[in-house]
Write a protein that binds this ligand. Structure first.
Ligand SMILES: *[C@@H]1O[C@H](CO)[C@@H](O)[C@H](O)[C@H]1NC(C)=O
Ligand SMILES: *[C@@H]1O[C@H](CO)[C@@H](O)[C@H](O)[C@H]1NC(C)=O
Ligand SMILES: *[C@@H]1O[C@H](CO)[C@@H](O)[C@H](O)[C@H]1NC(C)=O
Ligand SMILES: *[C@@H]1O[C@H](CO)[C@@H](O)[C@H](O)[C@H]1NC(C)=O
Length: 327
C-alpha cells in the first residue's frame, strides 16, 4: 500500500508540474490591435485575468476582463461591489455570445442573490467603451469605468456561468465551488489584492505545497484518493458503498488507526477498555484479535473460545510470517 501511495503521489506531483507549466500569467499576455494595459492581475480562480489602466487624476479605470477556456455557452462577468465582497450589490459588466453569434455586452446591477438571470440595468458609476470579444476560447470584456474620487480600493467580484436561450443562468453555488471564492479587494493605486473567499485550496500546486510541507497530509491524500476510487468502483458494480460525503471522515479515521497501530508497535501500546459479556447458556463465544507488523512482515491472530460461565473452552494462536502460517 505504501508503495502504491508513493507512486500515486509521485504521479500527482508530475501531473501538477506539467499542469502548472501550462498556467498563464497576465504579464506575458499581449492583446491584438496593440491594446496595452499598465497593470494586470491573475485572478486566483476561474482562469480569469484582469488587465487595467487606472488614472487617479481622472478617476477612470480602463479594464479588460479575460477568461480562458470559455465556450459559446458561457457568460462571463466582472464587477465592482461598493457593498462588500459578495454578489448582492455587484455593479457588473456581463458578456456572452448570443445565438446570432454576436457578442452581447451590457451592464447589470445585481440586486440580490435570488435573481434568475442577469438583466440589463444601469450601474452606480459611469461606463463607456463597452465591448467584448470571443476568440480561441478566450472571452473578454473591455470597458472604461468612471469611478467617484477616493474609490481606490474596490471589492471585485468575477464570474463565469452557463447561458441558456440567450439568458445567463445561475453559476455553480455549491459551497466549495470556485464561483464562491471569486471575490476580493483590489487596490487600484498599487495593485495590491486580497482574496475574500478564504484560502484558495484546490489547485495542484496547493497539493504539492501541502505534501512537501506536511508529509503526513500525503498519507491522508492517498487514502482519500483510494476511498474515492473504491467508491467509484462500487458504484459502477451497484455495490453498497459509503456516501461520498463520508469519505473524508473515513479516510481520516483509517489514517489515524494505522498511525496508532504503528505507534503501539513501537512500545507504547494503548489498550482499549472492552467489556466482555458471556454468551447465552449452551452457546460459545469466540473472541479474536489480530496485529500486523510492518517492519518484520509478520502478523498474528489470537482466538479464545469461552462458554456462558466464562470458562475457556479452547484457544488458538496463529502467527503469519512472510506468507507462512504457524499454529
Ligand atoms: C494604458 O496606459 C498606457 C500608458 O500608461 C497607454 O499607453 C495605453 O494605451 C493605455 N491603454 C488603454 C487600453 O487605454
Ligand atoms: C445578438 O446580439 C446582437 C448585437 O447586440 C443583436 O443585434 C442580435 O439581435 C442579438 N441576437 C439575439 C438572438 O438576441
Ligand atoms: C468591438 O469589438 C469588435 C470585435 O472585437 C470590433 O470589431 C469593434 O470595432 C469594437 N468596437 C469598438 C467601439 O471598439
Ligand atoms: C498599497 O496601498 C495600501 C493602502 O493604500 C497599503 O495598505 C498597502 O500596504 C500598499 N501595498 C503595497 C505593496 O505598497
Amino acid at each position: 500500500m505504501s508503495k502504491a501511495l508513493r507512486t500515486l503521489l509521485f504521479s500527482c506531483i508530475l501531473l501538477s508540474l506539467s499542469v502548472s507549466s501550462y498556467a498563464q500569467t497576465c504579464k506575458s499576455y499581449s492583446f491584438s490591435s496593440n491594446r496595452v494595459y499598465a497593470s494586470c492581475q491573475d485572478l486566483p480562480v476561474l482562469s480569469a485575468f484582469l488587465h487595467y489602466n487606472y488614472s487617479s487624476s481622472a478617476n477612470t479605470l480602463d479594464i479588460a476582463y479575460r477568461v480562458t477556456g470559455a465556450t459559446t455557452s458561457n457568460w462571463i462577468s466582472w464587477a465592482i461591489n461598493p457593498n462588500g465582497q459578495q454578489m448582492a450589490g455587484s455593479q457588473a459588466l456581463v458578456a456572452f455570445q448570443n445565438s446570432s453569434g454576436a457578442m452581447r455586452v451590457y451592464t447589470s446591477s445585481v440586486a440580490s442573490t435570488s435573481i434568475s438571470t442577469l438583466s440589463e440595468s444601469a450601474l452606480s458609476f459611469g461606463v463607456s467603451n463597452l465591448n467584448g470579444s470571443f476568440v480561441n476560447g478566450e472571452m473578454t470584456i473591455f470597458a472604461t469605468l468612471t469611478l467617484s474620487s477616493g474609490m481606490t480600493t474596490v471589492n471585485q467580484v468575477w464570474q463565469v456561468g452557463p447561458v441558456s436561450g440567450n439568458n445567463p443562468q445561475s453559476h455553480d453555488t455549491s459551497s466549495n465551488a470556485a464561483n464562491m471564492r471569486s471575490v476580493g479587494t483590489l487596490n487600484l493605486l498599487n495593485g495590491t489584492t486580497t482574496s475574500g473567499g478564504g484560502t484558495t485550496h484546490g489547485s495542484f500546486m496547493d497539493l504539492v505545497d501541502l505534501y512537501v510541507t506536511k508529509p503526513k497530509m500525503g498519507e491522508l491524500f492517498g487514502t482519500t484518493a483510494w476511498f474515492l476510487w473504491n467508491h467509484r468502483n462500487k458504484v459502477r458494480l451497484n455495490d453498497r458503498t459509503l456516501l461520498l460525503n463520508r469519505v473524508g471522515e473515513a479516510a481520516k479515521n483509517l489514517v489515524q488507526q494505522v498511525q496508532s497501530v504503528r505507534e503501539g508497535h513501537r512500545g507504547v501500546r494503548r489498550t482499549r477498555r472492552c467489556k466482555w459479556t458471556p454468551p447465552q447458556v449452551g452457546d460459545f463465544k469466540a473472541n479474536f484479535d489480530g496485529a500486523w507488523f510492518d517492519e518484520s512482515d509478520e502478523a498474528g491472530i489470537g482466538i479464545v473460545v469461552r462458554d456462558s460461565s466464562g470458562l475457556g473452552g479452547g484457544g488458538l494462536i496463529v502467527s503469519v510470517i512472510g506468507g507462512g502460517i504457524w499454529v
